[in-house]
Design a protein around this ligand. Sequence first.
Ligand SMILES: [Zn+2]
Length: 397
Amino acid sequence: MNEIIQSCTSCNHTTNLAECYPRCPICNEPLNVSLIESGSINYEATWSDPFYIRYRDFYPYLDNTIKISLGEGLTPLMPLENVAKELNLSSVYVKNETLNPTWSFKDRGSVIGVMHAIKNGYSKIGTVSTGNMAASIAAYGAKAGLKTYIFVKGDMLPEKVNPIAIYGPKVLQVKGEYSVLYEQSLQIGQEKHIAFINSDVPMRIEGSKSIAYEICEQTGFNVPDFVIIPTSAGGNFRGIVKGFVEFYKAGIIKKIPRPVCVQSAGCAPIAKAFLNNEDTISHFGNTSTIAPAIGNPNPPSGNEVLRLLKRYLGLAVTVTNCEIIKAQKQLASYGVFSQPAGAVPLAALYKLTDELIPHDSSVALVTTGGGLKDSSVLGKHKLDAEVINISELSYKL
Ligand SMILES: [Zn+2]
């Protein structure tokens, strides 16, 4: 096997894997760990082992003696037969990432990122996050016993800060522009030897690729035609595509699903650039979305997502707040309660079927985070419960 390195997604400049710096020193585009082009699934691993033991051929750089797993990954892939029938699709699946230890897909990248930081001598970690990633890094930092720094938005409400603070990290609510904070955290991390495991650092991409590996296994290696992914910074999108490409190169699957980037209409820098046939994204300006988990106006992996969309015949689409709320309720009617960002793939499916997703296609929707993360949005639904006296019970049933 060739040496495993990091290379720039744009100019191919290479750096050592031990560097926890995530961006190219030449052109500032994100870095990728080398493609792992051979390997097989470790069927001796039990379902209670971490995902990176099951797929350890594809994580050859990890030190598996560092045991900080909280039981992330290996989430269900659930068929939505009613939706498939309604839209004349051959199958529709939900990859239910709400069932991770801190209720979002971020745990996959956190465990790999923290293991990598420990292996490379870091005793301090951190992240910049609007919510899901902050809670995830706080949890893994606690499990690993590392000093953990979490930068969140200055105006974040206590009901969102407290579920992060409960794990005991140093939480800093920083006033100022979020995308500037991302850059500054990486600089401070280098100066103070803190591994900032931000949204699209190479090890987060490595964590997310297991979503694709699991979809391959769970569909009996008959992978779907399309995979619809809520996209903010672009890290999860990149990871899922990389996972399919690696299994394809290793001969485990026969095709690479077409990736679909879905964004909120109120914050759609990648979809806008794609639909305008541009090669680079522009800052989206002021955002307005009911799904803040996909609310990054200047996604650090935006240009690389555009490159991947072109390379793998992908699609990009936006959905409105109304469509997101409707999709959240619909997903709940099948038993999956996701946060608004996790419902956008279902909303996108309704928009794309017929014209861009042909009948009889198979589709997987990636549902990214749990609904209790953002209970304030429940006020947008018409939900009620009836108050009655105990003596009235039998009349009401
Ligand atoms: Zn570069």
